[in-house]
Design a binder for this molecule. Structure first.
Ligand code: AMP
Ligand code: MN
Ligand code: MN
Ligand code: MN
Length: 276
């Protein structure tokens, strides 16, 4: 079965509205699909309706931004109850402060010679309260300051470069707790992106497990085939389930639906006990 449990709509930093993302996933052959916008549940209703029309099984999801030991970590929640008040309240606090952060990012970029980044990024953000680095990257590519969006995350917008403003996201145990409290499963998103040493990754996984986390994203758009093997082995040895998701953000922006390999059959998929 073609299962994709991680992607974004323009409710957060994706380029397309939830219903269009649903239709695109279905056209690419996805059969079980989760929308996992950053720190927001507002796209789920539209996504669910469009998924039903397209004949896909829909999973309510979210991707929560966490600050752990000074690093930004993402935790995907799957099969959450979108009506859960504690989850909704937690997410509202996490996503607050993005506008102020964006102003500071724009000021840093201005000091580096790039004008107009605040208004420019907001033009790309359907929902101003969710303005993110992705919207700045789109603006930097649009004005030719970088050739491609991914260069914006090399030359700008990352720690040590202009346009990076540290931010305090959710506490790991809180994020996992909100997901579990809303009836969902917590998945550590794209662990290969964090640049953590093996010892620090072990510490992260231990804390994640203690908080109630149960799966690791193994096959995802930002992992290499070598990382599929590495994190697959880690999941197996440490008794975590494994997940798969493109992390689709938009056409020509990273991974596309339906292009990633399936999970290694030796792994325990996070969906094993779901009634699909
Ligand atoms: P923010 O939540 O505002 O810090 O923005 C984070 C988003 O930026 C992530 O969800 C990704 O969509 C995007 N992003 C971060 N790093 C990269 C990268 N190296 N290449 C492409 N997109 C990235
Ligand atoms: Mn994103
Ligand atoms: Mn992420
Ligand atoms: Mn994502």
């Amino acid at each position: 079965m073609n299962i994709d449990l991680h992607c974004h709509s323009n409710v957060s930093d994706g380029a397309l509205p939830p219903a269009e993302v649903a239709r695109r996933a279905a056209r690419s052959g996805v059969e079980v699909w989760a929308l996992t916008d950053h720190d927001q549940l507002a796209g789920l209703e539209q996504a669910r309706a469009a998924a039903r029309d397209a004949g896909m099984r829909f999973i309510d999801g979210v991707e929560i931004s966490v600050t752990w030991r000074g690093s930004t970590i993402h935790v995907v929640g799957l099969r959450i109850d979108p009506a859960d008040a504690v989850l909704a309240g937690g997410l509202a606090r996490v996503r607050g402060g993005r506008i102020e952060r964006a102003r500071r990012m724009a000021q840093e970029l201005k000091d580096a010679g790039i004008d107009g980044a605040f208004d420019g990024a907001l033009r790309h953000a359907e929902n101003p309260a969710m303005v993110s680095r992705t919207h700045f990257a789109r603006y930097l590519a649009e004005i030719g300051a970088v050739d491609e969006m991914k260069d914006a995350f090399r030359r700008y917008l990352v720690p040590g470069k202009p346009g990076y403003v540290p931010h305090q996201w959710a506490v790991l145990a809180d994020a996992v707790g909100w997901i579990r409290g809303a009836g969902g499963e917590a998945v550590l998103a794209h662990p290969g992106r964090y640049g953590l040493s093996a010892a620090v990754m072990d510490a992260l996984l231990a804390e994640f497990r203690a908080a109630g986390g149960e799966a690791i994203e193994v096959v995802t758009g930002s992992h290499s085939p070598e990382q599929y093997r590495h994190f697959g082995a880690l999941a197996m040895h440490q008794g975590f389930a494994a997940s798969r998701g493109s992390d689709f953000h938009g056409p020509q922006e990273g991974a596309e639906f339906g292009t990633l390999p399936p999970l290694d059959p030796a792994l325990r998929p996070v969906w094993r006990d779901w009634a699909l």
